[in-house]
Design a protein around this ligand. Sequence first.
Ligand SMILES: [Zn+2]
Length: 76
Amino acid sequence: MKHHLRDCPFCGATAAEDGLVLASEEHIDTADGEKLGVGRYSVHCYGCGVTVSDDFLDDCLNLWNGVQTPPDPGII
Ligand SMILES: [Zn+2]
């Protein structure tokens, strides 16, 4: 399933098919095994490490596509 994702609003990484912004149905694990996000679905930028997540895919995509400012790292 191809998702419509905007390019990363933080670092400008491309969201094209071979880009650095990817949607996932699983939590993204960091290198040290820490779980990122609280929802089932995540959009993660491998360029700068930003992750947004939600329990619903559409909400997750809307969150990513609508984000204007960097989220508080303490709440994601
Ligand atoms: Zn980025």
